[in-house]
Each structure stands twice: as structure tokens, then as C-alpha cells.
Ligand binder design. Structure first.
Ligand SMILES: [Zn+2]
Length: 232
């Protein structure tokens, strides 16, 4: 079976038959591919498949893609905001307990204060920027463009691993994805921020989103490949 993404990219208004270029596989028509696409489970992955490799359909399904991205990102953002609020509350309680009513501050209270302070700091470090939801459209646009332009990792030539002592280890150029990551400078440019703001604030949310979108798209491409295999 040929690369399903290449097949999809050839989908268009015409109904020209095309050869998949693999001997023994019957020609696939646009209808075959469109029908197979209908068998891919609905959701983020299928929307991405269409947006990335079938731009005409993707343009019509902009709203569905937006909803799928929001459905992915909003619950995680809400979870983080809750964790932050809880950590802030704990720190406030620890602070007010120290010497409550003019009493002396105990070692236990001091310990609890330090623990709550460290917890808030750690929670904050893992949290996305406060205006993440406002920036979601810009972030999603940049991440999807990165997915669309993804090239093979130079270090492992797309394999995701490099030979090591007779075996193989995960490639550290691409963290095993086989795809050349865009540089921080390119990503900063794509989201309209500067490099230091990207590194300090936006990198965690960008990478979280990229990883999940890539996974969803890859699962959907796999499902499409299976559906085409059955159709052939
Ligand atoms: Zn690599």
C-alpha cells in the first residue's frame, strides 16, 4: 500500500484514476479513498488528516478541526488551573497557620510552609501560560504547519533510532519520532513571539500539542491504510 498521505494529497475535484505504483494493488479511485476515509474514526486525527493532506476538504471542515483542538486542550488547561489554585490555597493556609492568633511558629508549621511553597513553584513550572486559550488558534496553526512541513530527521534518517553497540537506541535528534523538529527560533516566529518567550513560556504547551496532534494524525493515517487495504 502506498503512502496514504500522498494518496490523499491527490484527492481533488477530479475523478481521475491513479495507480498506487505498487505492483499487484488495484488502482484506487478518489471514491475508494473518500470511502475509506469515512471508515476512519471521527475526531481529531481524521480532521488533521483532511486538513493536512486534503486541503479542499480541510478548508470546509475548519470548524470541526477547531472543535477537536479545543476538546483536546481545554480539559488539560482547566486541570492545570485547578492544580495551581489548590497549590495557592495550600500555601495561603500554611502562611496563615504560622503564628495564628499570636502563637509561636512551630517547626511543623515552618516545614509545611516550605513544602507548600515548593509545591506551588513546581506546579507553576509545569503550567501553561495564563493566556493559552486566547492563543490557541495561533498555536494550533503553527503546530499544524510544523506537521505539514515535517521532514525526515537528519541524524537517524527517519528511523527514530540509531545503532548502538549491536542494538539500537532512541535517536536524540528527534526523540525517536524520526521527524526533524523545527528550531525554537522557527517556532517563535510562527507563533509571533520572540525566542526567549518561546523557551520560557510557550515551549511546554507547544510540544504537548505537537506530540498529541502527531499521534492522532498518525493513528488516523494507520486506520486509513487499514481501510484502504480492506477496500482493495
Ligand atoms: Zn532522529
Amino acid at each position: 500500500m502506498g503512502n496514504v498521505r500522498e494518496l490523499m494529497a491527490r484527492l481533488g475535484p477530479s475523478t481521475v484514476k491513479f495507480d498506487t505504483g505498487r505492483g499487484g494493488t488495484p488502482d484506487l479511485t478518489n471514491q475508494d479513498i473518500a470511502a475509506a476515509l469515512g471508515m476512519v474514526p471521527a475526531g481529531l486525527g481524521r480532521e488533521l488528516l483532511e486538513a493536512l493532506w486534503w486541503p479542499e476538504s480541510g478548508a470546509r471542515r475548519m470548524q470541526q478541526l477547531r472543535q477537536a483542538v479545543i476538546a483536546l486542550m481545554a480539559p488539560e488547561f482547566t486541570r492545570q488551573q485547578k492544580a495551581l489554585a489548590e497549590a495557592r490555597t495550600e500555601l495561603g493556609i500554611a502562611k496563615t497557620c504560622m503564628g495564628w492568633g499570636g502563637g509561636t511558629v512551630t517547626d511543623m508549621q515552618r516545614k509545611e510552609f516550605l513544602r507548600a511553597e515548593a509545591k506551588l513553584e513546581a506546579t507553576r513550572a509545569l503550567s501553561w501560560p495564563n493566556n493559552t486559550m486566547e492563543q490557541l488558534g495561533t498555536l494550533a496553526g503553527a503546530v499544524i504547519t510544523e506537521l505539514a512541513n515535517a521532514g525526515c530527521c537528519n541524524q537517524c534518517e527517519g528511523r527514530g533510532s540509531t545503532p548502538h553497540r549491536g542494538g539500537a537506541v532512541e535517536c536524540d535528534g528527534c526523540d525517536g519520532s524520526g521527524i526533524e523538529p523545527m528550531s525554537g527560533r522557527q517556532r517563535a516566529l510562527a507563533i509571533g513571539s520572540d525566542q526567549s518567550a518561546y523557551r520560557r513560556f510557550w515551549r511546554p504547551v507547544y510540544e504537548w500539542m505537537l506530540e498529541r496532534l502527531r499521534e492522532a494524525e498518525s493513528d488516523a493515517a494507520h486506520a486509513l491504510r487499514m481501510a484502504l487495504g480492506r477496500a482493495a
